[in-house]
Every structure is written in structure tokens, then in C-alpha cells.
Design a protein. Structure first.
Length: 131
């Protein structure tokens, strides 16, 4: 694939990933159902979470073996630093939101939707006896 097409594919992938993250935030809001009193804390946390998505370079800079090792390390530091800075900004908003959530809402917030991690897969069914 020509480099320009790969770049376009990566951009499309970034847009799709960003939209998926926004959908997950919407799903979390639907599950938590913040009260009017909780809405400002939820919105502040949501904004900080979106800022985290935006802080992560996408498409990611090249880091494959075609990139000299020092440049790869430099790129990794840049990405990790941006992510760490964004997480540090998200933490106070997450704490503020958490402090106003009910125990039931906290269970939802602590779960896989908030972390954008799929729930664990169910174990495969056992094979029929005798097989």
C-alpha cells in the first residue's frame, strides 16, 4: 500500500476510534444516569476524558523497526508523557465525580465501560460428554 493510502487509512481509523470512545462515554452516561446535581461533575470528568483521547497522538508517529532506536524511544516518551499529563488532569475530575456517585453508580463507573475495556469473555461451553 502506498504511504499516502496508509496515512489516510490511519486517519480513518483514528476518527473511528475517537467516535467509539465518545459512544462509550455516552453509554456510561446512560448506565450511570447522573442526577441533575451530579451532571456538572459528570460533564467535567467527561471533558477531561475527551481531553485524554485528544492528547494521544493519532495516528501514532512511526515507531517500527524502520525508525532508528533513539527516535523510537523519543517518540514513546512523547506519547507516554502526553498520556500521563492527561491522566493527571483527569484524576481530580474523576475523584470529584466519584465523591457524588451512589454506591450503585460507583459500581458502574468502576466497571469495564468506564475503562473502555470489554467485559471478560464467557468461558467456552464444555464439550458434550463422551467426545
Amino acid at each position: 500500500t502506498p504511504p499516502d493510502e496508509r496515512k489516510n487509512d490511519a486517519t480513518v481509523e483514528c476518527i473511528a476510534k475517537y467516535r467509539m470512545e465518545l459512544a462509550r462515554l455516552g453509554a456510561l452516561a446512560n448506565e450511570i444516569k447522573p442526577t441533575p446535581e451530579q451532571k456538572s461533575a459528570f460533564d467535567a470528568w467527561r471533558t477531561s476524558r475527551i481531553d485524554l483521547f485528544k492528547a494521544t497522538p493519532c495516528p501514532a508517529p512511526p515507531m517500527g523497526l524502520e525508525v532508528p532506536a533513539p527516535k523510537r524511544i523519543e517518540t514513546q516518551i512523547t506519547i507516554m508523557s502526553a498520556t500521563l499529563d492527561a491522566l493527571r488532569k483527569e484524576l481530580p475530575a474523576a475523584k470529584a465525580l466519584y465523591s457524588v456517585l451512589t454506591p450503585e453508580q460507583r459500581k458502574i463507573f468502576d466497571g469495564p465501560v468506564r475503562l473502555a475495556v470489554p467485559p471478560p469473555a464467557a468461558p467456552p461451553p464444555a464439550p458434550p460428554a463422551g467426545h
